[in-house]
Design a protein. Structure first.
Length: 207
């Protein structure tokens, strides 16, 4: 699952970029990722299936993490739950509920999409606060500091993504940019966890 998680994190950026090119007038920097899955999007069904698939992968990754770091059961269980919530919210929830608007107003599906996404994002932001109790200083001296950096960057980028800036605010109003930077930051964290998890399991098997 560690290797699959790494592959998915890398592939997701490529898929989003490629599918975005099939949506006329879609801006990778200005438009949110959710708009790719809206009904009016020409890649709506493809991206929805992709998100559901990603969600399922993260759910299994969360379960695998709990088993891999069994030495700290309470912390690993909490970290597992947060990863599963991310997979269910940002993955499955985003895929099932489309971010549709009718006459400029949010549909019920849009509301559910936002709620699911918010749950996933909150779980992702909190995760770096929990993981240092799973991968302790004794096991990896630099991981705690790395987690604090990831948390700070995640908090900053999600704040810029969430706050509605006027169009004339320039680059700071580019919601697509901040959303992708948040994802990049999170995926770097997931990849790091996956590498440590893989190394731990490989060492255990060798013994």
């Amino acid at each position: 699952m560690a290797i699959i998680c790494i592959a998915i994190c890398i592939a997701d950026f490529a898929v989003l970029f490629v599918l975005g090119t099939y949506y006329p007038a879609y801006s990778q920097l200005k438009n949110t990722i959710s708009s790719l899955g809206a009904t009016i999007s020409p890649v709506s069904n493809v991206i929805s299936i992709w998100w559901i698939g990603i969600g399922i992968v993260f759910i299994f990754f969360g379960i695998s993490l709990k088993k891999a770091f069994y030495e700290n059961p309470k912390s690993s269980r909490l970290a597992s739950i947060l990863i599963i919530l991310y997979g269910m919210g940002e993955g499955i929830g985003s895929g099932l509920f489309k971010a549709d608007r009718i006459a400029g107003k949010m549909t019920q599906s849009f509301v559910f999409h936002d709620i699911a996404g918010a749950i996933g994002l909150i779980a992702a932001v909190v995760l770096p606060l929990v993981m240092p109790k799973v991968i302790t200083k004794e096991n990896n001296p630099r991981f705690g500091q790395f987690s604090r950096i990831i948390f700070f960057i995640g908090l900053l980028t999600i704040a810029f993504f969430t706050i509605r800036f006027p169009a004339e605010s320039g680059w700071i109003s580019y919601r697509g940019l901040w959303q992708r930077l948040f994802m990049l930051n999170l995926y770097i964290y997931f990849i790091t966890i996956s590498i440590i998890m893989y190394q731990k399991c490989s060492t255990f098997k060798m013994k």
